[in-house]
Design a protein around this ligand. Structure first.
Ligand code: PMP
Length: 322
């Protein structure tokens, strides 16, 4: 659908997948006025199709619209559109556990102008793609690379919304990490380069002897929906859970002393991604002997169990489409 100041959002429609036409001076191409979301439709073991907390994606999308001077969307309307698109051809939804239909809503400013200002016109689209199981060879830990050279997002910036520019800022660091043999980058805060923020496209958790903790939302961290789900689940299990500032020194000291029992990332793509080692300033620190820990495994089983309808959904997180 499209937006202009006179008509607001208008002309919602479903069209075959294909290229879009943009004016070469479209604002998005030059000043990155674009936001997006990512969620999945799961084919349950009971044959039902579920979305996981889609309301949270839509709220986050609209927070992004506010931050990026873009018009809000009608959350009900977008959810209806997502449902329609998912059900258009159920053959596109993979049946294997772990695989899913990825849903990508996004919006961009497309007014042709060379001035740096918010666009007066917008396009909102939703595209879908089947994705295979994230873990093809078992639920194995990754090694991550702590960068103190690059930063993803700074206080006052757009790090807490899903704006395209955040990902532009992260490309170089990810390439450097990959070249050194690491899967993901662990970001530190932009001011002191000392406090842990998040990893690549995931939030991060540390399981210390007496506490499961994750960096508090600082304004430059994306408030992940999986992050929030892990906090709620772990709390419901009676684990001591906290959101606070976590310095890289504390993480390293924990890895060396064994006080850090587990570390894992959380996000829609992997759900839970155990971290077996992290590299910082030329040294590598191993966590939990480089193995997947029991808490990461339990959280993974529980969350995927809810998503695929194998386990009860006490929080009302899933929306059943059929
Ligand atoms: N941080 C970043 C930068 C991300 O791109 C994502 C993926 N959306 C996450 C964290 C995890 O968020 P969620 O759990 O909502 O997928």
């Amino acid at each position: 659908m499209e937006y202009d100041c006179r008509r607001g959002w208008h002309s919602p429609r479903i069209v075959p997948y294909g290229p879009v036409t943009l004016d070469p001076a479209a604002i998005v191409l030059h000043y990155a006025q674009t936001i997006f979301e990512g969620l999945k439709a799961y084919w349950g073991v009971d044959g039902k199709i579920r979305l996981f907390r889609p309301w949270e994606n839509l709220k986050r999308l609209n927070r992004g619209a506010d931050r990026m001077c873009m018009p809000r969307v009608d959350e009900e309307l977008v959810l209806e559109a997502i449902k329609k698109l998912v059900l258009i051809d159920q053959a596109w939804i993979p049946r294997e556990k772990g695989a899913a239909l990825y849903i990508r809503p996004f919006m961009f400013g497309d007014e042709p102008t060379l001035g740096v200002k918010p666009s007066h016109t917008y396009t909102f689209m939703i595209i879908l793609s089947p994705v295979s199981a994230y873990y093809q060879e078992g639920f194995n830990p990754v090694k991550i690379y702590v960068t103190d050279e690059f930063v993803r997002a700074a206080p006052g910036g757009t790090g807490e919304v899903k704006a395209g520019g955040n990902y532009a800022a992260s490309l170089k660091a990810a390439e450097v990490a990959k070249a050194k043999g690491y899967t993901q980058v662990l970001w530190l805060d932009a001011v002191e380069r000392r406090y842990v923020e998040e990893v690549g496209t995931m939030n991060i958790f540390f399981y210390f002897e007496d506490e499961l903790t994750t960096p508090a939302l600082s304004g430059s961290i994306l408030p992940g929906i999986t992050r929030d789900s892990v906090l709620k689940l772990a709390h419901s299990w009676g684990l001591p859970v906290s959101e606070r500032r976590i310095s890289i020194e504390e993480v390293i000291e924990g890895a060396e002393s064994g006080r850090l029992k587990e570390c894992f990332g959380t996000g829609t793509a992997a759900v839970i991604s155990p971290v077996g080692a992290l590299a910082y300033r030329g040294r590598e620190y191993v966590i939990n002997d480089g193995k997947t820990g029991p808490l990461a495994r339990r959280l993974f089983e529980e969350l995927t169990g809810i998503q695929y309808g194998e386990r009860p959904d006490p929080f009302g997180w899933t929306l059943i489409l059929t």
